[in-house]
Write a protein that binds this ligand. Structure first.
Ligand SMILES: *Cc1c(COP(=O)(O)O)cnc(C)c1O
Length: 546
């Protein structure tokens, strides 16, 4: 035997066996088990794995590809070690951000494609996994009120990808032939609210429009776009002869779960098309990467309230449903199963109301002949990506099938109940002002003040009166320090890890307002951990000198 053949024998054991070998399977599963065991030993009462540690990137620069081979066992250890310091999103003491803990079928949906490596580029390379994509697209389309017979959808690389698709289709509608000829003359514009995600700007600049051509419209205190200002701005743009590539309604803003009035936006768009006799219909996209999951309440009987949600929860769910149930009025919708669908990253899909809209993105068939010779389902003709992982749709399918509408209603209802409880308890504290009291989602934004500040008046004065600039800065800083104190306590396993947003909104005079943020996403969240936030704020206040 040559030396390379010896190596090969060793390496073959490090791959799943192509033909049934139960002994080897057992060893494979055992390797997974060993890895999980090792992760388990990193768990404690704290919401982090292992010891919180400072990440030393300068050390990373010394990393090199090793000369020799290693073993599954050794590599597995190293991989697990890299999880040290990770927040456990599913821990009830973690209320950090809109990051959901994935459920087990969601995880299997990532593991199985990782073993068999389907490529959604074509049906040939993905077979039944392509079917899973088609199934999840139909399920979700119907859930959101689209007609699955007419609509279409495709998984992509994140919420940002869904916006890229939406704006690209919008450009094609506003400037037919741009796929082929590019854009000459003045750039078309994207219009969204000032609370819309920065991914709108990312997409606009990567598509060659430039940040400058994203027009942002002010929002109301509840973070929804001011539709009257949207209307006047659209009219102004159209009068100037500008073309509108896309109007983006944000259906669940990232920081505060603000929901735009999609029904009204659609009405404004349709009226303007008539008024200006436009030769195209400006594309209307719903960035519902967060809000889509609330579609499960479209057909919930709120009067009967079968799941017996508390009154306040019911009101919040109905409040969100009031906006979300109109998702089907949008020409396209972005969905992140990895944000509110309990699937792991990356699991996002872009939906169009009219499936044929995706055809606008198709490349000339002659440019990619080698991949699309068989099969009926060839999303690779119009997707931005060539290779596409099967993990997104398989994870989404795992989660949706496990939960069903009842499971999603139960989980979302619970998260909202916990957030409502938190808002209630925070509101009862004289030193705290809840900044989104009318909110319908699982996120709570609040500001903490030192003793003696009138917390009924101060937030209003800070927001509206430039004479309070100095106080604003002082209390912004105070909130940062309260956050730091809470954070170090949480890492010791006592409080709760929450987060801080440097600019949850701007004051009327253009200054950023800092707020603390609790985003409850864990199915394990419960009353005592809600109280733990309140207690932790109080301890932090005592610790932080004004
Ligand atoms: C998170 C988010 C995005 C970006 O989505 P990714 O999946 O993180 O790429 C876009 N829009 C909104 C409203 C978001 O909250």
């Amino acid at each position: 035997m040559t030396r390379y053949r010896d190596n090969l024998d060793v390496l073959r054991r490090a791959f799943p066996q192509p033909v049934s070998d139960q002994e080897h399977d057992a060893w494979f599963v055992f390797s997974v088990l060993r890895a999980l065991d090792r992760v388990d030993s990193m768990k404690s009462q704290r919401p982090v794995l292992g010891e919180p540690q400072v990440i030393d990137f300068s050390k990373a620069m010394n990393s090199r590809v090793p000369e020799g081979m290693s073993t599954v066992e050794l590599v597995s250890r190293d991989l697990v070690d890299h999880l040290a310091g990770m927040f456990i999103w599913g821990h009830p003491r973690a209320q950090v951000n809109v990051i959901n803990p994935p459920c087990i079928p969601g995880i299997l949906g990532t593991l199985l494609p990782a073993i068999y490596n389907p490529n959604l580029c074509s049906e040939e390379a993905s077979r039944g996994v392509a079917l899973a994509e088609a199934e999840v697209v139909s399920m979700t389309a119907e859930l959101m009120g689209y007609d699955p017979q007419r609509s279409g959808g495709v998984f992509t690389f994140g919420g940002t990808g869904t916006l890229l698709y939406a704006i690209r289709i919008g450009i094609e509608k506003a400037i037919p032939g741009a796929m082929q000829n590019g854009i000459s003359g003045e750039q078309p514009v994207v219009v969204c609210s000032d609370q819309a995600h920065y991914a709108n700007k990312t997409a606009a600049s990567w598509l060659g429009l430039g940040h400058r051509h994203v027009v942002t419209i002010p929002t109301a205190p509840n973070n929804e776009i001011r539709t009257c200002l949207l209307e006047s701005e659209l009219r102004r743009l159209l009068k100037e002869g500008r073309r509108i590539a896309c109007i983006v309604a944000t259906m669940g803003t990232t920081d505060a779960f603000g929901l735009d009035h999609l029904e009204k936006i659609r009405e404004i768009r349709d009226d303007l098309v008539r008024e200006f006799s436009l030769d195209y219909v400006p594309h209307l996209h719903a960035d519902a990467v967060i809000g889509w999951a609330w579609s499960v309440f479209r057909d919930y009987d709120f009067a009967k309230n079968e799941l017996e949600f508390p009154d306040r929860t019911l009101r919040a769910l109905a409040g969100a449903n009031r906006r979300i149930r109109h998702l089907n009025l949008a020409d396209s919708i972005g969905v992140d199963y990895h944000k509110t669908g309990f699937a792991p990253y990356v699991s996002s899909a872009f939906f169009v109301k009219e499936g044929k809209d995706l055809g606008m993105l198709a490349r000339d068939q002659s440019t990619t002949p080698y991949l699309f010779q068989s099969g009926d389902y060839n999303p690779g003709r119009y997707t931005l990506e060539t290779s596409r992982s099967g993990c997104g749709p398989m994870s989404a399918m795992g989660a949706l099938e496990l939960l069903g509408k009842t499971g999603l209603r139960t989980l979302l209802g619970h998260l909202v109940t916990m957030a409502e409880t938190l808002r209630n308890r925070l509101t009862a504290q004289p030193a705290i002002s809840v900044m989104n009291p009318e909110n319908f989602g699982p996120v709570t934004l609040f500001r903490v003040y030192p003793d003696g500040v009138d917390t009924f008046e101060m937030p209003k004065l800070e927001q509206t009166n430039a004479a309070y600039l100095e106080q604003l800065h002082r209390f912004n800083d105070y909130n940062r320090r309260v956050f730091q104190a809470m954070h170090s306590e949480a890492l010791k396993g006592e409080g709760v890890v929450i987060s801080m947003t440097d600019r949850f909104r701007e004051t009327d005079y253009g200054q950023p307002v800092v707020a603390l943020k609790s985003y409850i996403m864990s199915p394990f969240s419960d009353q005592q951990y809600v109280q733990a936030v309140v207690d932790s704020v109080e301890r932090a206040r005592r610790q932080v000198a004004e």
